[in-house]
Design a protein around this ligand. Structure first.
Ligand code: DX5
Ligand code: ZN
Length: 219
């Protein structure tokens, strides 16, 4: 399993220090929430921040695009140093083509499923996926509560990936805390985004270790 702290909840004035502390605690990936104020109501940051993070760390940068027409930005994020490029199927029309373009640009291709988005969207393109992101909140803000219905959805995505013989990562995003992570892990998730549970605390390194420990005791 891997923890992917979301810099959405970091103190951006101390971004380097915050990221380094999370990595010191064992964070494998750094999650970057890109919001455009259209696909989701909130507005955050874009490729320049990914480029800055790339100079801070050589860890995989897990970029989650909550934007309309993500295909317009594939080249830009590849250039900036993104490792994973995940987008939402509702944000565009030609999902199949754009997943292929993401891989052609040398990034891992991810598809994000909102709480109301059927798993079938991933099923149709399963061979093209390096990651499936199960949203366990409606995207747009950090600090929301884990939706209990997500657990069953994680199980269904796990079954889909196993049946297809896919080695894609199964990531869960939203409301992951020391109280909810074990449930998502037992359902089959292997990658956990955590924003406020890591950067909303005084000691992000300790927070990452605690999240890992909650799964390790069940292994
Ligand atoms: C939600 C974002 C999440 C968010 C998670 O729109 O996609 O990545 O940062 O934040 P927490 O962990 O605080 O729910
Ligand atoms: Zn996210």
């Amino acid at each position: 399993m891997r923890i992917a702290p979301s810099v959405l909840s970091a103190d951006l004035g101390r971004l380097r220090e915050q990221v380094e502390t999370a990595i010191e605690g064992g964070a494998e990936w750094i999650h970057v929430d890109v919001m455009d104020g259209h696909f989701v109501p909130n507005l955050t940051f874009g490729a320049p921040v990914v480029r800055a993070l790339r100079r801070i760390t050589d860890r995989p940068l897990d970029v989650h695009l909550m934007v309309r027409h993500p295909e317009h930005y594939i080249g830009e994020y590849a250039d900036a140093g993104a490792t994973v490029f995940t987008f939402h199927p509702e944000a565009t029309v030609h999902v199949q083509r754009h997943l292929a373009a993401v891989r052609e640009q040398g990034m891992l291709a991810g598809l994000a499923l909102n709480p109301s988005t059927p798993v079938a969207f991933a099923e149709e393109v399963v061979d093209q996926l390096d990651l499936v992101l199960v949203m366990s909140v409606n995207p747009g803000y950090g600090g929301q509560s884990y939706l209990p219905s997500s657990t069953e959805k994680i199980r269904r995505v796990r079954a889909l990936l196993d049946q297809a013989g896919s080695r894609a990562a199964l990531e869960v995003d939203g409301g992951i805390t020391t109280d909810t992570i074990a449930e998502a892990w037992l359902a089959g998730a292997d990658t956990f985004v955590a924003g406020s549970a890591v950067f909303g605390t005084a000691d992000p390194a300790h927070a990452v270790r605690e999240l890992q420990r909650r799964c390790a005791v069940l292994a």
